[in-house]
Write a protein that binds this ligand. Sequence first.
Ligand code: NAP
Length: 295
Amino acid sequence: MTAPLFKRIAFLGIGLIGSSVARIARERGDIAAEIVVNARTQQTLDRVMALGFADRVELDPAEAVKDADCVMLCAPVGAFAALAERIAPFLAPGAVLTDVGSTKQSVIRDIGPLVPAGVHFVPAHPVAGTEYSGPDAGFTTLFEGRWTLLTPPPGTDEDAIEKVAELWRRCGSMVERMEPGHHDRVLAIVSHLPHLIAFTICGTADDLADESRQEVVNFAASGFRDFTRIAASDPVMWRDIFLNNREAVLEMLQRFMEDAQAMARAIRWGDAAYIEDKVERGRKIRRSLIATKQA
Ligand code: NAP
Protein backbone atom coordinates (compact mmCIF):
# COMPACT_ATOMS: atom_id res chain seq x y z
CA MET A 1 0.00 0.00 0.00
CA THR A 2 1.16 3.56 -0.75
CA ALA A 3 2.16 5.56 2.32
CA PRO A 4 -0.66 7.66 3.82
CA LEU A 5 -0.66 11.28 2.66
CA PHE A 6 -1.17 12.51 6.21
CA LYS A 7 -0.41 11.23 9.69
CA ARG A 8 -3.62 12.59 11.18
CA ILE A 9 -6.65 14.13 9.49
CA ALA A 10 -9.20 16.08 11.53
CA PHE A 11 -12.72 16.63 10.17
CA LEU A 12 -14.62 19.61 11.57
CA GLY A 13 -18.23 18.75 10.70
CA ILE A 14 -19.11 15.25 9.59
CA GLY A 15 -22.18 15.14 7.41
CA LEU A 16 -22.64 13.84 3.87
CA ILE A 17 -19.33 15.21 2.55
CA GLY A 18 -17.05 14.83 5.58
CA SER A 19 -18.25 11.31 6.34
CA SER A 20 -17.81 10.26 2.70
CA VAL A 21 -14.16 11.39 2.76
CA ALA A 22 -13.68 9.77 6.18
CA ARG A 23 -15.18 6.48 4.97
CA ILE A 24 -12.86 6.49 1.95
CA ALA A 25 -9.86 7.33 4.17
CA ARG A 26 -10.80 4.47 6.50
CA GLU A 27 -11.33 1.99 3.66
CA ARG A 28 -8.21 2.89 1.63
CA GLY A 29 -5.78 3.50 4.47
CA ASP A 30 -3.53 5.65 2.25
CA ILE A 31 -5.10 9.03 2.97
CA ALA A 32 -4.45 9.37 6.69
CA ALA A 33 -3.05 7.04 9.35
CA GLU A 34 -5.44 8.45 11.97
CA ILE A 35 -8.92 9.95 11.65
CA VAL A 36 -10.23 12.44 14.22
CA VAL A 37 -13.76 13.82 13.99
CA ASN A 38 -15.36 16.89 15.50
CA ALA A 39 -19.04 17.85 15.27
CA ARG A 40 -21.31 20.23 17.09
CA THR A 41 -23.23 17.68 19.11
CA GLN A 42 -22.28 14.63 21.16
CA GLN A 43 -25.16 12.79 19.49
CA THR A 44 -23.43 13.09 16.09
CA LEU A 45 -20.10 12.01 17.59
CA ASP A 46 -21.69 8.95 19.21
CA ARG A 47 -23.16 8.03 15.85
CA VAL A 48 -19.76 8.50 14.18
CA MET A 49 -18.13 6.09 16.65
CA ALA A 50 -20.92 3.56 16.03
CA LEU A 51 -20.41 3.88 12.26
CA GLY A 52 -16.75 3.02 12.80
CA PHE A 53 -14.87 5.36 10.44
CA ALA A 54 -13.12 7.46 13.11
CA ASP A 55 -10.32 6.59 15.50
CA ARG A 56 -11.27 9.38 17.89
CA VAL A 57 -14.01 12.00 18.31
CA GLU A 58 -13.73 15.40 19.97
CA LEU A 59 -16.48 17.83 20.90
CA ASP A 60 -14.01 20.72 21.03
CA PRO A 61 -12.65 21.66 17.57
CA ALA A 62 -9.43 22.96 19.16
CA GLU A 63 -8.76 19.52 20.68
CA ALA A 64 -9.56 17.85 17.36
CA VAL A 65 -6.97 19.80 15.35
CA LYS A 66 -4.04 19.45 17.78
CA ASP A 67 -1.16 17.61 16.04
CA ALA A 68 -3.25 17.02 12.90
CA ASP A 69 -1.25 17.57 9.69
CA CYS A 70 -4.49 17.92 7.73
CA VAL A 71 -7.63 19.73 8.90
CA MET A 72 -10.73 19.63 6.71
CA LEU A 73 -13.65 21.97 7.40
CA CYS A 74 -16.87 20.12 6.48
CA ALA A 75 -19.51 22.24 8.26
CA PRO A 76 -21.89 24.71 6.54
CA VAL A 77 -19.91 27.69 5.15
CA GLY A 78 -21.59 30.13 7.56
CA ALA A 79 -19.89 28.32 10.45
CA PHE A 80 -16.36 28.57 9.03
CA ALA A 81 -15.36 31.95 10.50
CA ALA A 82 -16.14 30.90 14.09
CA LEU A 83 -14.50 27.51 13.61
CA ALA A 84 -11.35 29.06 12.11
CA GLU A 85 -11.14 31.54 14.95
CA ARG A 86 -11.44 28.75 17.51
CA ILE A 87 -8.82 26.44 15.96
CA ALA A 88 -6.25 28.96 14.64
CA PRO A 89 -4.04 29.01 17.80
CA PHE A 90 -3.99 25.19 17.92
CA LEU A 91 -3.08 24.38 14.31
CA ALA A 92 0.22 22.53 14.01
CA PRO A 93 3.03 24.30 12.12
CA GLY A 94 3.19 22.97 8.55
CA ALA A 95 -0.38 21.61 8.70
CA VAL A 96 -2.65 21.76 5.66
CA LEU A 97 -5.98 23.49 6.31
CA THR A 98 -8.60 22.76 3.68
CA ASP A 99 -12.38 22.84 3.34
CA VAL A 100 -15.20 21.48 1.20
CA GLY A 101 -17.43 24.57 1.20
CA SER A 102 -19.69 25.28 -1.77
CA THR A 103 -18.72 28.97 -1.98
CA LYS A 104 -15.08 29.98 -2.29
CA GLN A 105 -14.66 33.77 -2.14
CA SER A 106 -16.49 33.91 1.21
CA VAL A 107 -14.42 31.05 2.59
CA ILE A 108 -11.18 32.80 1.64
CA ARG A 109 -12.54 36.06 3.08
CA ASP A 110 -13.57 34.40 6.37
CA ILE A 111 -10.67 32.01 6.95
CA GLY A 112 -7.71 33.55 5.09
CA PRO A 113 -6.87 36.28 7.62
CA LEU A 114 -7.02 33.82 10.53
CA VAL A 115 -4.55 31.28 9.13
CA PRO A 116 -1.32 31.35 11.18
CA ALA A 117 2.04 31.69 9.40
CA GLY A 118 3.39 28.27 8.45
CA VAL A 119 -0.08 26.70 8.03
CA HIS A 120 -1.07 26.06 4.40
CA PHE A 121 -4.63 26.99 3.47
CA VAL A 122 -5.94 25.18 0.38
CA PRO A 123 -9.67 25.86 -0.25
CA ALA A 124 -11.46 23.08 -2.15
CA HIS A 125 -14.95 22.17 -3.34
CA PRO A 126 -15.94 18.65 -4.35
CA VAL A 127 -18.75 19.15 -6.85
CA ALA A 128 -20.71 16.09 -5.79
CA GLY A 129 -23.59 15.54 -3.44
CA THR A 130 -27.04 14.24 -2.72
CA GLU A 131 -30.03 15.73 -0.93
CA TYR A 132 -29.21 13.72 2.23
CA SER A 133 -27.23 14.98 5.20
CA GLY A 134 -25.61 13.78 8.40
CA PRO A 135 -22.95 11.14 9.07
CA ASP A 136 -25.20 8.28 7.92
CA ALA A 137 -25.59 9.84 4.47
CA GLY A 138 -21.96 9.46 3.33
CA PHE A 139 -20.74 6.73 0.99
CA THR A 140 -17.41 5.80 -0.55
CA THR A 141 -18.32 6.26 -4.23
CA LEU A 142 -19.73 9.79 -3.88
CA PHE A 143 -16.80 11.52 -5.60
CA GLU A 144 -16.06 8.95 -8.29
CA GLY A 145 -15.76 10.62 -11.68
CA ARG A 146 -16.81 14.00 -10.22
CA TRP A 147 -14.76 17.19 -10.17
CA THR A 148 -13.10 18.75 -7.17
CA LEU A 149 -12.18 22.41 -7.69
CA LEU A 150 -9.22 23.88 -5.81
CA THR A 151 -9.08 27.65 -5.36
CA PRO A 152 -5.76 28.33 -3.60
CA PRO A 153 -4.94 32.01 -3.04
CA PRO A 154 -1.84 33.24 -4.91
CA GLY A 155 1.40 32.23 -3.19
CA THR A 156 0.00 29.06 -1.59
CA ASP A 157 2.63 26.38 -1.04
CA GLU A 158 2.65 24.11 -4.12
CA ASP A 159 3.38 20.94 -2.12
CA ALA A 160 0.34 21.58 0.06
CA ILE A 161 -1.85 22.12 -3.02
CA GLU A 162 -0.55 18.89 -4.53
CA LYS A 163 -1.29 16.96 -1.33
CA VAL A 164 -4.89 18.17 -1.30
CA ALA A 165 -5.20 17.39 -5.03
CA GLU A 166 -3.85 13.88 -4.38
CA LEU A 167 -6.28 13.40 -1.47
CA TRP A 168 -9.17 14.11 -3.84
CA ARG A 169 -7.73 11.90 -6.59
CA ARG A 170 -7.56 9.07 -4.03
CA CYS A 171 -11.25 9.79 -3.35
CA GLY A 172 -11.91 9.07 -7.04
CA SER A 173 -12.25 12.70 -8.05
CA MET A 174 -10.89 14.63 -11.01
CA VAL A 175 -9.15 17.80 -9.87
CA GLU A 176 -8.91 21.25 -11.40
CA ARG A 177 -7.72 24.63 -10.15
CA MET A 178 -9.96 27.65 -10.51
CA GLU A 179 -9.92 31.30 -9.56
CA PRO A 180 -12.36 31.71 -6.60
CA GLY A 181 -14.52 34.42 -8.20
CA HIS A 182 -14.86 32.34 -11.35
CA HIS A 183 -15.75 29.30 -9.22
CA ASP A 184 -18.56 31.21 -7.51
CA ARG A 185 -20.06 32.38 -10.83
CA VAL A 186 -19.90 28.91 -12.39
CA LEU A 187 -21.45 27.28 -9.32
CA ALA A 188 -24.12 29.96 -9.15
CA ILE A 189 -25.45 28.85 -12.52
CA VAL A 190 -24.90 25.07 -12.31
CA SER A 191 -25.93 24.54 -8.69
CA HIS A 192 -27.12 27.54 -6.70
CA LEU A 193 -29.71 28.87 -9.18
CA PRO A 194 -31.22 25.39 -9.82
CA HIS A 195 -31.62 24.94 -6.06
CA LEU A 196 -33.16 28.41 -5.73
CA ILE A 197 -35.66 27.53 -8.46
CA ALA A 198 -36.45 24.17 -6.81
CA PHE A 199 -37.07 25.74 -3.39
CA THR A 200 -39.23 28.41 -5.02
CA ILE A 201 -41.34 26.08 -7.15
CA CYS A 202 -42.01 23.81 -4.15
CA GLY A 203 -43.00 26.89 -2.14
CA THR A 204 -45.34 28.02 -4.94
CA ALA A 205 -46.98 24.58 -5.04
CA ASP A 206 -47.28 24.56 -1.27
CA ASP A 207 -49.01 27.96 -1.36
CA LEU A 208 -51.78 26.61 -3.58
CA ALA A 209 -55.23 26.13 -2.10
CA ASP A 210 -55.57 22.97 0.00
CA GLU A 211 -57.36 20.83 -2.57
CA SER A 212 -54.91 21.66 -5.40
CA ARG A 213 -51.98 21.02 -3.07
CA GLN A 214 -53.20 17.47 -2.50
CA GLU A 215 -53.45 17.03 -6.26
CA VAL A 216 -49.88 18.27 -6.68
CA VAL A 217 -48.77 15.50 -4.33
CA ASN A 218 -51.01 12.85 -5.91
CA PHE A 219 -50.25 13.58 -9.53
CA ALA A 220 -46.69 14.94 -9.29
CA ALA A 221 -45.26 14.40 -12.76
CA SER A 222 -41.57 13.68 -13.08
CA GLY A 223 -40.71 17.35 -13.62
CA PHE A 224 -42.08 18.41 -10.24
CA ARG A 225 -40.76 15.24 -8.59
CA ASP A 226 -37.21 16.08 -9.70
CA PHE A 227 -37.56 19.55 -8.19
CA THR A 228 -38.74 18.08 -4.86
CA ARG A 229 -35.63 15.90 -4.72
CA ILE A 230 -33.39 18.94 -5.10
CA ALA A 231 -35.53 20.92 -2.64
CA ALA A 232 -35.09 18.23 0.04
CA SER A 233 -31.54 19.51 0.73
CA ASP A 234 -30.41 20.83 4.11
CA PRO A 235 -31.88 24.30 4.91
CA VAL A 236 -28.90 25.60 6.91
CA MET A 237 -26.40 24.58 4.25
CA TRP A 238 -28.44 26.33 1.55
CA ARG A 239 -29.16 29.41 3.62
CA ASP A 240 -25.39 29.78 4.03
CA ILE A 241 -24.66 29.22 0.32
CA PHE A 242 -27.13 31.87 -0.82
CA LEU A 243 -25.94 34.41 1.77
CA ASN A 244 -22.28 33.75 0.96
CA ASN A 245 -22.52 33.82 -2.83
CA ARG A 246 -24.94 36.72 -2.95
CA GLU A 247 -23.61 38.70 -5.92
CA ALA A 248 -23.22 35.76 -8.30
CA VAL A 249 -26.57 34.20 -7.33
CA LEU A 250 -28.39 37.51 -7.82
CA GLU A 251 -26.71 38.05 -11.18
CA MET A 252 -27.64 34.58 -12.47
CA LEU A 253 -31.17 34.96 -11.10
CA GLN A 254 -31.54 38.28 -12.95
CA ARG A 255 -30.43 36.68 -16.22
CA PHE A 256 -32.76 33.74 -15.62
CA MET A 257 -35.74 36.01 -14.95
CA GLU A 258 -35.10 37.92 -18.19
CA ASP A 259 -34.96 34.65 -20.14
CA ALA A 260 -38.08 33.32 -18.40
CA GLN A 261 -39.82 36.58 -19.31
CA ALA A 262 -38.79 36.10 -22.96
CA MET A 263 -40.25 32.58 -22.85
CA ALA A 264 -43.50 33.95 -21.39
CA ARG A 265 -43.64 36.45 -24.23
CA ALA A 266 -43.10 33.72 -26.83
CA ILE A 267 -45.93 31.68 -25.31
CA ARG A 268 -48.24 34.72 -25.20
CA TRP A 269 -47.57 35.63 -28.86
CA GLY A 270 -47.48 32.06 -30.16
CA ASP A 271 -43.81 32.22 -31.16
CA ALA A 272 -43.50 28.46 -31.78
CA ALA A 273 -39.98 28.67 -33.26
CA TYR A 274 -38.63 30.43 -30.16
CA ILE A 275 -40.16 27.83 -27.83
CA GLU A 276 -38.89 24.92 -29.91
CA ASP A 277 -35.41 26.41 -30.03
CA LYS A 278 -35.28 26.77 -26.23
CA VAL A 279 -36.37 23.18 -25.66
CA GLU A 280 -33.86 21.96 -28.26
CA ARG A 281 -31.03 23.83 -26.48
CA GLY A 282 -32.01 22.11 -23.22
CA ARG A 283 -31.87 18.71 -24.91
CA LYS A 284 -28.45 19.50 -26.32
CA ILE A 285 -27.06 20.32 -22.87
CA ARG A 286 -28.51 17.09 -21.49
CA ARG A 287 -26.90 15.07 -24.31
CA SER A 288 -23.50 16.65 -23.68
CA LEU A 289 -23.74 15.81 -19.96
CA ILE A 290 -24.49 12.21 -20.80
CA ALA A 291 -21.57 12.15 -23.25
CA THR A 292 -19.14 13.44 -20.58
CA LYS A 293 -20.57 11.05 -17.93
CA GLN A 294 -21.70 13.94 -15.71
CA ALA A 295 -25.40 13.09 -15.92
P1 NAP B 1 -24.35 18.05 6.57
O1 NAP B 1 -24.55 16.66 6.12
O2 NAP B 1 -25.54 18.90 6.86
O3 NAP B 1 -23.40 18.04 7.90
C1 NAP B 1 -22.97 19.22 8.50
C2 NAP B 1 -21.99 18.93 9.62
O4 NAP B 1 -21.52 20.20 10.12
C3 NAP B 1 -22.57 18.19 10.80
O5 NAP B 1 -21.59 17.30 11.32
C4 NAP B 1 -22.84 19.29 11.82
O6 NAP B 1 -22.67 18.86 13.16
C5 NAP B 1 -21.76 20.31 11.52
N1 NAP B 1 -22.22 21.68 11.82
C6 NAP B 1 -23.39 22.25 11.45
N2 NAP B 1 -23.45 23.53 11.88
C7 NAP B 1 -22.30 23.76 12.53
C8 NAP B 1 -21.79 24.89 13.23
N3 NAP B 1 -22.49 26.03 13.32
N4 NAP B 1 -20.55 24.77 13.79
C9 NAP B 1 -19.86 23.62 13.70
N5 NAP B 1 -20.30 22.51 13.06
C10 NAP B 1 -21.51 22.59 12.50
O7 NAP B 1 -23.46 18.87 5.54
P2 NAP B 1 -22.80 18.43 4.13
O8 NAP B 1 -23.88 18.23 3.13
O9 NAP B 1 -21.79 17.37 4.36
O10 NAP B 1 -22.08 19.81 3.74
C11 NAP B 1 -20.89 20.19 4.41
C12 NAP B 1 -20.17 21.26 3.60
O11 NAP B 1 -19.92 20.73 2.30
C13 NAP B 1 -20.93 22.57 3.41
O12 NAP B 1 -20.05 23.64 3.54
C14 NAP B 1 -21.45 22.47 1.98
O13 NAP B 1 -21.53 23.77 1.40
C15 NAP B 1 -20.38 21.63 1.31
N6 NAP B 1 -20.85 20.81 0.19
C16 NAP B 1 -22.04 20.15 0.25
C17 NAP B 1 -22.47 19.39 -0.82
C18 NAP B 1 -23.79 18.66 -0.78
O14 NAP B 1 -24.35 18.35 -1.83
N7 NAP B 1 -24.32 18.33 0.38
C19 NAP B 1 -21.64 19.25 -1.96
C20 NAP B 1 -20.40 19.88 -1.98
C21 NAP B 1 -20.01 20.66 -0.90
P3 NAP B 1 -23.90 18.23 14.02
O15 NAP B 1 -24.32 17.00 13.29
O16 NAP B 1 -23.29 17.89 15.34
O17 NAP B 1 -24.96 19.28 14.06
